[in-house]
Design a binder for this molecule. Sequence first.
Ligand SMILES: NC(=O)c1ccc[n+]([C@@H]2O[C@H](COP(=O)([O-])OP(=O)(O)OC[C@H]3O[C@@H](n4cnc5c(N)ncnc54)[C@H](O)[C@@H]3O)[C@@H](O)[C@H]2O)c1
Length: 255
Amino acid sequence: MAKFQDKVCLVTGAGSGIGKATALAFAREGGQVVAADVNLAAAEATVAAIAAAGGTALAVAANIGQRTEVESLVAQAVASYGRLDCAVNCAGIAGTLSLPTHAYPEDQWLNMLHINLTGTFYCLQEELKQMLAQGSGTIVNVASAAGLVGQPENVPYAASKHGVVGLTRTAAIEYATQNIRVNAVCPTAIETPMIMDGRRKLRDNPDKLEEAKNLQRMKRMGQPEEVADVILWLCSPQSSFITGHALGVDGGAFA
Ligand SMILES: NC(=O)c1ccc[n+]([C@@H]2O[C@H](COP(=O)([O-])OP(=O)(O)OC[C@H]3O[C@@H](n4cnc5c(N)ncnc54)[C@H](O)[C@@H]3O)[C@@H](O)[C@H]2O)c1
C-alpha cells in the first residue's frame, strides 16, 4: 500500500520549490493533499500536476502571515477531507536584500520575521488545535541551515529560521505525550526559484553558484525532491520515535 494512503497532508508554499516537491511526493504516496500558497495560480498548477498523475488534491489561497487565512486554510482541509494527519509548514521568504546587520532596514526585518516566524506560528497553532482534537498528527517545519548557524547579510532570515527551530523544539516537548510529533528540516542550498532567481540570483552568477555548491561536501546543490523525501520520512511512522529534531539536509555541510 502507498505510504500515505488516505492521509490528509497539508503543505504551505506548495506552489514552488520544496513545497511543490513535497505536495507531489505526498500525492504519489496516496495522500489527500491540501496545497496552499499565497500565489493561488501556483498552488493550482501543483494540484493540476497531481490530478494529471491520478492523485487527489485541493488548492487553497492562503497567506501564512494572515491569521484568518491560516484559520480558514485548516478549516477547509478538515471540511474537504475530514481531518489533518500531516502538516508541512514550508512557505517562507528570503528577502531581496544583502546587507550587514547594522544597515538592514527595519521594515524588511519586520516583514521577514512576520512571514517566516509568526506565519509559521499561526500555522502551528491551527494545525495543533485540529491534531489535539483528533488525537494524532505529525508536523514538519521547513527551517534552514540558517536556523542553526548565521547567514551573513541576511539577519532577519537567520533570526526567523532560528525562531522556527525554537518553535519546533518547544511544541515537540509540549505535545510529546499526545501523539503529535513536531520536527524541522534545515536544508542548505537547494535548487529552487528562491535561491536561483531570488536574493542570491545564482542562475545569473556562476561564481556564486559555485560557492553555493561548495558549501556542501558533496559539491552540488540539493534538489527539492531530496528535501521532500526527508519531510515525508519525518511525517511517516518510520520516524515514530523522533520529535523535536532540526535535521540538516545538507550534503555533508555540517559534517
Ligand atoms: N532553496 C533553499 O536553498 C532553501 C534552503 C533552506 C531553507 N529553505 C526554505 O524552504 C522553504 C521553501 O523555499 P523554496 O526554496 O522552495 O522557495 P520558493 O520561493 O521556490 O517557494 C516558496 C513558496 O512559498 C510561497 N510563499 C511565500 N510567502 C508566502 C506566504 N506569506 N504565504 C503562503 N505562501 C507563501 C511562494 O509563493 C512560493 O510558492 C522556505 O521556507 C525557505 O526558507 C530553502
